[in-house]
Write a protein that binds this ligand. Structure first.
Ligand SMILES: [Zn+2]
Length: 259
């Protein structure tokens, strides 16, 4: 009975979210005493905040979206607090905004990171929760894994794979959008997986956007211009619109939280 209810709940939940606004948590990286990358007078924390605020403005004007910023001022927020905000506001998608540096000043362009396939710590948590649930189960002594547990484990697995897939899809659409706007070739090396804590520890599709290199003098100069900051935000916004339209059209891919 519980299984039937779980499935019914998932279906209902998927359809409800299908029509509801997509809640985007925009996370300007660093802040306060943590400036992130610094080149001359340019600070990653400050530019990331400006782009994030521009993006929030685009999203607030569009009723297909809801938006929350992890910070609206130049202040430091620990990574754990950022992931906690994602949970507290029940965000559907996390976009963390950063700027890059490289020892080679010629390196430039954008990179989008989504979470590693299987972050070791998450796997540990996953296994730990299974063990704990079994301990609570009074029938556990006789039945190592009840069919109910099997179903839940499968659903958890689906939820996690779905999240990684959605994150990858979102990275792709964000990058393609930026590449087209800037006349760049779509190179898959600009979309990468990495175990960044902020994108690996939230249970929602999440992407870490590196919007350019402060170590490239020409790109750094552009990144400091408010018109370019707005155009970056517009490109991210357009990507989110495409992502929302794709997920709305295809219920299989519709966003839903892990059960
Ligand atoms: Zn950063």
């Amino acid at each position: 009975m519980k299984q039937v209810l779980t499935f019914a709940f998932m279906i209902a939940f998927t359809f409800t979210l299908h029509a509801s606004p997509l809640h985007i948590l925009v996370d300007p990286g660093h802040g306060g005493s943590d400036s992130g990358a610094v080149r001359g007078s340019l600070k990653e924390s400050v530019i990331a905040l400006k782009v994030a605020k521009n993006l929030a403005e685009f999203l607030r004007k569009d009723d297909r979206f809801e938006v929350t910023l992890t910070r609206e001022t130049d202040r430091k927020i620990p990574l754990d607090q950022r992931t906690q905000i994602a949970k507290d506001v029940k965000a559907d998608v996390l976009l963390s905004i950063h700027l890059n540096t490289n020892n080679d000043p010629r390196v430039h362009g954008q990179e989008f990171y989504f979470q590693n396939q299987l972050p070791a710590d998450e796997d540990m948590l996953f296994l730990a929760s299974r063990e704990n649930d079994e301990e609570d189960d009074i029938h556990a002594a006789n039945e190592k894994l009840s069919s109910e547990n099997d179903v839940r484990v499968i659903l958890e697995d689906l939820g996690r794979n779905h999240r990684i897939k959605s994150s990858g899809d979102l990275s792709k659409v964000l990058f393609e959008n930026w590449a087209v706007a800037n006349g760049k070739k779509v190179a898959s090396r600009s979309i990468r997986q990495a175990p960044f804590r902020v994108v690996s520890q939230v249970a929602i599709p999440s992407v870490l956007c590196e919007l350019g290199f402060l170590s490239n003098p020409a790109e750094a100069a552009k990144l400091n211009e408010s018109a370019y900051q707005a155009s970056l935000a517009k490109s991210l916004y357009d990507g989110l619109v495409k992502f929302k339209e794709t997920s709305d059209k295809d219920p299989e891919r519709a966003l839903h939280s892990a059960p």
